[in-house]
Design a protein around this ligand. Structure first.
Ligand code: ZN
Length: 508
């Protein structure tokens, strides 16, 4: 029997993590007692994960089918496949041949039904994560950024990129261009004023003859990019708190937010910049000095976010529930259309296609507003994910001597408690003896609680706590696409009855 390490890198993604590095991660997942076992590596360099026609992968699966492999380790789940259906098929094959499957980044194993379910869910997230542009920042990249190296590529307005060598690594350092910095100050100060829109700001600049010194003319898009960039802020405690409110990972310690230095964010930067959604973003304090005070910077972010909300409310015409809503009366799909309410507000609602297109269904009696349905399903999915979180791997007693020992101790305590109760019940004990017995009972109770806590910890260690917590956490900040993805995976159909009540039919 052998352990297989599998690595894949696609051609189209130049900056993705190399096969060698992936294998390093895989090797780090080998347990001490596995070091002596036979390890075979399978590599697909320059292959996409869109299908399974990959030489290395096929070779590995043939070995699996011959019963020569008992464990597969990958760097990430999506190395195996980017298609959910392929992935589920592969998972089933591995199960058939009793092959364990371990992923270094998502850290879980498939030897439990729970793990398997989580795999499916994770794949949905992985699928959508893939679409974000600078997603998988490689580890070395992340490390370099954590050291405060500028990783942004193009130079931000107001700064020059000067070559520098830090820790023997060639990198670039930000150095301010005084005239451009003046423009940056003007832009922030003007935008921070109430009622000044990006359009108004653009006009202001033109009217005052302020022209950019590099990179062509101003546009509202450019101005918005500048205003969003934390590279300009003098990062202090309130900036720390600002980022803390999002699901960000603040790499630099609180004390580095000294009110002097600027900030670099990385991770899904494209996503973040477009949506002002800083979740899953890493925040690092840099070595260059910021130019905008924290109050002004935060004020501008809040203003941008507010405008963004208004834009979203108008443009959001589809629903992530699309295709899932069924009319109970005729069994046809319901689709969203926009309509005006009595007060003239435009809202989206679901209407039966049997009514709107085929004219053979009278439809529901009430208006099914998309927002209300989305809220309802959002909550139902939250509850579903919460129940998944509390599911525990069936205990494998034989595999866990430590848990076994704890359970034995627990048994003894329970026996002692039983004896005590019996003594109490036999009554005729004097008040002094009663006191001793109560004290003994109290002691047993604390011992029991302590043991139960330990046992709980031990058992939950075998469950991948990190992954499960991430799932429900992710759901709270899920994007439109993620909501749609999870909804597609978890929900078969949602039936709407004549009176507007509904019934969710789950896949899982
Ligand atoms: Zn209908």
């Amino acid at each position: 029997m052998a352990i297989a390490l599998y690595a894949r890198k696609s051609i189209e993604r130049e900056n993705s993590i190399s096969c060698e590095t992936q294998l390093e991660y895989c090797k780090s997942m080998l347990k001490p007692d596995e070091q002596s076992e036979k390890v075979i590596t399978f590599i697909d360099n320059g292959f996409s994960g869109g299908n399974i026609n990959r030489d290395g992968f096929q070779k590995m699966m043939r070995q699996v089918e011959r019963g020569r492999i008992d464990k597969i380790i990958v760097y990430r789940l999506d190395r195996i496949s980017r298609s959910l259906s392929d992935f589920v098929d592969i998972l089933n094959t591995l199960k058939k041949y009793n092959v364990k499957f371990i992923s270094s980044q998502e850290s879980f194993d498939t030897s439990s039904p729970y793990g398997e379910m989580i795999v499916k869910l994770l794949m949905v997230f992985a699928e959508f994560e893939r679409q974000s542009i600078i997603e998988r920042v490689t580890q070395s990249y992340a490390h370099r950024s954590e050291l405060g190296f500028y990783m942004g590529g193009r130079k931000p307005y107001g700064f020059d990129l000067e070559p520098a060598v830090i820790n023997n690594v060639k990198t670039k350092k930000l150095s301010p261009i005084p005239e451009e910095i003046e423009h940056i100050r003007y832009i922030y100060e003007a935008y921070a004023v109430q009622n000044v829109t990006l359009g108004r700001l653009l006009k202001n600049l033109t009217e005052n003859g302020i022209k950019p010194l590099s990179g062509g003319g101003w546009t509202t898009a450019k101005l918005s990019t500048i205003i969003k960039n934390p590279i300009y802020v003098k990062a202090d405690n309130s900036v720390y708190e600002y980022f803390q409110r999002f699901n960000t990972q603040i790499i630099s310690p609180p004390e580095s937010f000294d009110g002097i230095h600027g900030i670099q964010v990385y991770g899904k930067t494209k996503h973040a910049a477009n949506n002002l959604d800083w979740s899953d973003i890493k925040v690092v304090v840099m070595s260059h000095e910021g130019v905008i005070d924290s109050d002004t910077w935060i004020k501008c972010q809040q203003k941008l976010a507010k405008n963004k909300q208004i834009r979203n409310a108008v443009s959001n015409k589809t629903s992530w529930l699309g295709g899932k809503i069924i009319c109970s009366l005729c069994g046809r799909t319901m689709t969203t259309i926009k309509g005006k309410t009595g007060s003239g507000k435009i809202r989206r609602y679901f209407i039966c296609t049997g009514k709107s297109h085929f004219k053979d269904c009278k439809g529901t009696k009430v208006t099914n507003y998309a927002e209300s349905l989305e809220d309802m399903v959002y909550n139902e999915i939250s509850e579903k994910l919460a129940t998944l979180k509390s599911v525990k791997i069936p205990e494998r007693k034989s595999l866990n001597p430590e848990a076994n020992e704890l359970r034995n101790k627990l048994k003894n305590i329970e026996l002692a408690e039983q004896k005590l109760t019996d003594t109490f019940l036999k009554s005729e004990v004097g008040s002094d003896l009663l006191e001793i017995l109560s004290r003994r009972a109290a002691k047993l109770k604390t011992d029991k609680t302590e043991l139960l806590t330990k046992l709980d910890e031990l058992v939950s260690k075998t469950v991948d706590v990190k992954t499960t917590i991430n799932l429900s956490k992710r759901w709270k900040t899920a994007s439109f696409e993620e909501k749609r993805g999870v909804c597609n995976l978890l929900i078969h159909k949602i039936f709407i009855n004549e009176d507007g009540s509904c019934k969710v039919v789950w896949n899982i």
